[in-house]
Design a protein around this ligand. Structure first.
Ligand code: Q46
Ligand code: ZN
Length: 314
């Protein structure tokens, strides 16, 4: 196997591009995919202030690294979710990455600052942990971006994540979500712009990027992801991709180019109905936003410790 660009021995092949690359050319290819996504979807303009949602996993750390490589300065925001050893370890990776590169990492601990954590929120709401966790993350990344006067929040959603979310939204015909599923979500009253610069890169490429760049990341999956429906959808899509390489990317880009606009008005209608939360001012359809309601409910619940042990964790 030879590198497509320089003909040196290749270290990775990417079937959907029908190409293989040596280490240097793979890093170049990865940067190019991010640069193209940023340009094509007009994600970030020169001089804008960027906040990266940092989890300590491969995607968010690679994203932060890639933006720096492309000359796009960004600060990071790490949320301590309180998921036992998993969160402690994730925080250490995020901190070590920022320290080694002299980058600014804002750290917010859910329990310290808001009086609850994800395992307790899951118990208090009797729902899957990812619901409370996702809600908290969406609300706080947006809130900290607005408060810190950042222009844009960048998240590490990759091609595999987005294809799985799209499949889930299509299977349930979630028209409002489909209207909002796009690599860039423009700013509006109470919302900072959201961008996903990794949408042209797959999961395997992100892991390879981290290895080749020496980025030490949290390799364990979140122990509370068990039962997360996106994992099943990812498996289904991987089977499809195995049989026809490029299927995932075609599904996703086909939606962006030919499907998304048909649902955009649904998302606009939902936004038009929003008013300010009486407690925190965030946009909501109710009197009190879902985050404030969750915070009140989970904060009143006896703290729950995540009963999960990580493989190999000390
Ligand atoms: S951290 Fe939170 Fe994820 Fe864990 S509880 Fe679910 S949403 S899986 S990206
Ligand atoms: Zn609120």
């Amino acid at each position: 196997m030879k590198c497509r660009r320089c003909k040196a021995p290749a270290v990775i092949d990417i079937r959907r591009h029908n190409a293989a690359f040596c280490a240097d050319c793979f890093l170049h290819h990865t940067r190019e995919q991010v640069r193209r996504a940023v340009d094509e979807f007009e994600m970030i303009a020169p001089g804008e202030r960027v906040l990266v949602a940092v989890s300590g996993g491969k995607d968010s750390l690679a994203l932060w690294d890639l933006l720096a490589e492309l000359g796009i300065p960004a600060d990071g925001l790490y949320l301590g979710l309180g998921i036992g050893d998993y969160s402690d370890e994730s925080g250490r990776h995020a901190r070590a990455f920022a320290d080694a590169r002299g980058l600014h990492l804002i750290e917010v601990d859910l329990r310290e600052r808001y009086g609850y954590d994800v395992p307790t929120a899951a118990a208090a709401t009797r729902r899957a942990p990812c619901g409370a966790c996702g809600l908290s993350k969406r609300h706080l990344f947006n809130q900290f971006a607005l408060d810190g006067e950042y222009d844009v929040v960048a998240t590490g959603h990759n091609l595999d994540d987005e294809a799985a979310v799209l499949l889930g939204n299509v299977l349930h015909w979630e028209v409002g979500y489909l209207g909002r599923q796009f690599p860039v979500l423009p700013a509006s009253t109470g919302f900072a712009r959201k961008v996903k610069p990794l949408v042209k890169l797959g999961e395997r490429e992100m892991a390879a990027y981290c290895v080749l760049r020496g980025i030490d990341y949290q390799i364990e999956e979140c122990p509370m992801a068990v039962g997360n429906r996106h994992l099943g959808l990812k498996e289904t899509l991987n089977q499809l991709e195995d049989r026809s390489p490029g299927a995932k990317a075609a599904f996703l880009s086909g939606f962006w180019n030919r499907g998304h606009d048909a649902f955009a008005s649904e998302a606009d209608e939902e936004r038009a109905e929003l008013r300010a939360c009486v407690e925190c001012g965030a946009p909501t359809t109710a009197e009190r936003c879902a985050f404030c309601a969750l915070r009140a409910k989970a904060g009143a619940h006896e703290p729950v410790v995540a009963r999960v042990e990580l493989r190999g964790a000390s």
